[in-house]
Write a protein that binds this ligand. Structure first.
Ligand SMILES: C[S@@+](CC[C@H](N)C(=O)[O-])C[C@H]1O[C@@H](n2cnc3c(N)ncnc32)[C@H](O)[C@@H]1O
Length: 279
């Protein structure tokens, strides 16, 4: 069997497969973006559907993500980028718009189908959109010029293994742009210990969302040359959710926390993004 034909979880032991199945079931029913649909009359997969969700998604909500896409796309002209955990494909789409060749992947059939539809609606063609497990990427060594993963690797159940897979499929000189890891200590880490972790989600938290210290994260990049490390999300963000915990967060925690001076608040940022090069 060629590397490309490997089934998505083939290289995993039975325990890891069980965990991946649980993660897949969770995300298959909750492709990131669906929770922001406030107008039930929108047809899933229509141009209006994607336009309705767009303002809530990472590159549009967080300007630093769009800047990162811009600068990486400028470097990559003609190069081939792999996105791991593409969700609805908003990030990959921005790379396609900037002339980058893209292979977009996700663990779940729902994300793959939605991303295919999204590209079709926008009139862009990817090299490939397919299911792939970050822990066992179905690609040969040294296949890509860059790997992009946004909000994914800490949710796979084995972050270190996922980073070593990113390293394997990159060409020498290739760039891993990982936005982001969850940090501890951070305000989100504390909130998650007290109650819900991802208070934006409509029902339950994802089965796995690991938190790491900065040192633990950087140790996982031992085979890379780390180029940039950025602390992000030092301010407590607005949430779409309702309910008692969301209200406590909205009225009890957020306004006061956000008064903390920037320099101190940065210490408690809950996301860390890393850009690293395979030597
Ligand atoms: C928080 S969402 C982020 C989606 C997208 N990157 C975005 O920013 O809109 C996490 C994504 O990671 C995917 N995922 C979780 N475990 C994965 C794995 N082992 N391999 C590939 N994707 C995975 C989920 O299916 C989900 O689409």
């Amino acid at each position: 069997m060629s590397e490309e034909e490997r089934s998505v979880d083939r290289g995993l032991d039975p325990g890891a497969r069980e965990m991946v199945d649980e993660i897949r079931d969770y995300w298959d029913a909750r492709t990131l973006g669906v929770q922001y649909v406030k107008d039930g009359s929108l047809e899933r997969g229509s141009p209006e559907y994607f336009a309705h969700i767009r303002p809530w998604m990472n590159p549009y909500k967080f300007p630093w993500i769009m800047e990162r896409i811009d600068s990486e796309a400028r470097r990559l002209q003609g190069g081939h980028l792999l996105e791991v955990g593409c969700g609805m494909g908003f990030d990959s789409l921005e790379f396609l718009k900037r002339g980058v060749r893209v292979t977009a992947t996700d663990l779940t059939p729902a994300a793959v189908a939605t991303t295919r539809r999204h590209f079709e609606v926008e009139g862009f063609v990817a090299e490939e959109v397919r299911e792939a497990n970050a822990l066992d990427l179905p690609f040969a060594d040294a296949s890509f010029d860059a790997v992009w993963a946004n909000g994914v690797l800490h949710a796979t159940g084995d972050t270190d293994r996922a980073i070593q897979e990113v390293h394997r499929v990159l060409k020498p000189g290739g760039r891993a742009i990982i936005s982001h890891f969850y940090r501890k200590p951070s305000w989100m880490y504390t909130v998650s210990r007290l109650g819900r972790e991802n208070i934006e989600h409509s029902d339950r938290d994802p089965p796995v969302n690991e938190f790491y210290t900065d040192e633990e994260i950087l140790a996982m990049f031992r085979n890379f040359r780390v180029e940039e490390v950025a602390r992000e999300h030092h301010r407590a963000l607005p949430v779409a959710k309702t309910g008692v915990k969301a209200a406590l967060y909205r009225w009890g925690f957020r306004p006061f926390y956000n008064l903390i001076p920037e320099k101190i608040a940065l210490r408690f940022a809950y996301k860390l993004s890393v850009t690293a090069v395979k030597p």
